[in-house]
Design a protein around this ligand. Structure first.
Ligand code: TYC
Length: 93
């Protein structure tokens, strides 16, 4: 019982949503995605986009599992609508 209660009050596992670089998605589109879906201001969004562009990947934010999964789906749907190959994944933080 003590164990069950301890497990119940464990903080939820967190997941980071990660953007991956590609050669085709416009920088402006990635900045827009970071502003729209990750509530980043223009300066922070630009910094994250440039990090992905230079280093191949970058963390957009850290969320609970359901929120992270929803954000990945929203980003991929927006990329598809725009005809961009942008890839977005989630991984345990
Ligand atoms: N590398 C892209 C370009 O030069 C820009 C880009 C940045 C694409 C971040 C994807 O997650 C990405 N247009």
């Amino acid at each position: 019982m003590a164990e069950r209660q301890a497990a119940k009050t464990e903080p939820p596992r967190m997941y980071q949503v990660v953007l991956l670089n590609d050669d085709y998605t416009p920088m402006e589109f990635v900045v827009m995605v970071l502003q729209e879906y990750f509530q980043r201001d223009l300066e922070t969004a630009t910094q994250i986009m440039l990090k992905v562009h230079k280093e191949g990947r970058g963390v957009c934010g850290v969320y609970t599992k359901d929120v992270a999964a929803t954000k990945v789906e929203l980003v991929l749907a927006a990329a598809r609508r725009g005809g961009h190959p942008l890839q977005c994944i989630m991984e345990a933080a």
